[in-house]
Ligand binder design. Structure first.
Ligand code: SF4
Ligand code: MG
Length: 324
């Protein structure tokens, strides 16, 4: 598979040799159950993976640089300058013994040479930008004095202090309640349209995907199984795993009484991968061939790919027949 450099952000090739590109101001969601390799692929992009990480093959191209070939010093520079990361639990990234102001200023210092007063003003400006109430006094607060949502806003402020071209957000709202979750997502959207930042959003939540993403990469057991625009994906999933994920979200308006369906079985460990199609032990449509032969990523349309022997067929009809 050959990928063309048609965007400013270049091509990001992360897991199992599969590539995706991300354009300026675009949001690409990496979706899958926990354990499917979503975070690993995000971490591979920044080369934050353990040295024994399993999913490191392929190129990681960003702004025409192959991140894999950079020295440690060079990669650190890219991490701090061009790509920023926001994690699920801000408490693990914020230092409890420093005020949030100190921590934001620390990041600004890497990028800008200002006076002490100017640093503080920049930090307050960033906190205001991310909607932290009363930033002039909150700047002296310690992380534990803030709510989970406020801490995530601080993390976003720190990310923005790098003036990144790309933000990788790994389950940024999973630990937050639904209302705060929506606010943080809206904040990311607003910042994106203001600064043209690209976002790679790692999530297991298809509701968030529908809200936020332009394009979607579905991963299963360390491989990309489907790539699509968000509209095409929701209209007609091309991979049985994607379809199963969609059936597992409750649709409140239409299916009030329907039980939440979960996908039977578990994501396999990367150490004991099934033969053939990695999804076959859980797939309602699996045939004998699926257990022995691994399907390639089939191109099924413009910018659409599916790693399934049934790619391009009508899965819904097939599955309903299989259900009977
Ligand atoms: Fe299911 Fe076979 Fe497609 Fe794998 S290749 S997803 S087992 S139908
Ligand atoms: Mg994860």
């Amino acid at each position: 598979m050959k990928t063309v450099f048609k965007t400013r952000m270049g091509v990001v090739e992360a897991i199992a040799g599969v590539s995706f590109h991300i354009s300026k101001g675009e949001t690409v969601a990496i979706v899958g159950e926990s354990g499917s390799g979503k975070s690993v692929s995000a971490l591979s992009i920044l080369r934050l993976l353990d040295s024994n990480g399993e999913v490191t093959s392929g190129k990681i191209l960003f702004n025409q640089l192959n991140l894999k070939d950079l020295t440690d010093a060079e990669i650190r520079k890219v991490r701090g300058n061009e790509i920023a990361m926001i994690f699920q639990d801000p408490m693990t990234c914020l230092d409890p013994v420093y005020t949030i102001g100190d921590q934001i200023i620390e990041t600004i210092k890497i990028h800008e040479d200002l006076s002490k007063k100017e640093y503080k003003e920049r930090a307050i400006e960033l906190l205001r930008l991310v909607g932290l109430p009363d930033p002039e006094s909150r700047i002296d607060a310690y992380p534990h004095q803030l709510s989970g949502g406020q801490r995530q806003r601080v993390m976003i402020a720190i990310a923005l202090a790098c003036r990144p071209n790309l933000i990788i957000a790994d389950e940024p709202t999973t630990a937050l309640d639904v209302t705060v979750q929506a606010q943080i997502m809206q904040l990311l959207k607003d910042l994106q349209s203001k600064f043209g930042t690209s976002i790679i959003l790692v999530t297991h939540d298809l509701g968030v995907v529908a809200e936020m993403a332009d394009r979607v990469v579905v991963v299963y057991a360390g491989q990309v199984v489907e790539q699509s625009t968000v509209i095409d994906l929701f209209e007609k999933p091309e991979h049985p795993y994607t379809e199963a994920l969609m059936r597992s979200i409750p649709r409140i308006e239409t299916d009030r009484n329907r039980r939440l369906q979960t996908i039977k079985g578990n994501v396999p460990s990367l150490k004991e991968l099934p033969s053939g199609c990695r999804f076959h032990p859980r797939c309602p449509l699996a045939s004998e061939k699926c257990g022995t032969e691994e399907p390639p990523l089939f191109k099924v349309g413009e910018g659409r790919e599916s790693k399934c022997w049934l790619a391009g067929r009508d899965l819904k009809v097939k599955r309903e027949a299989a259900d009977k």
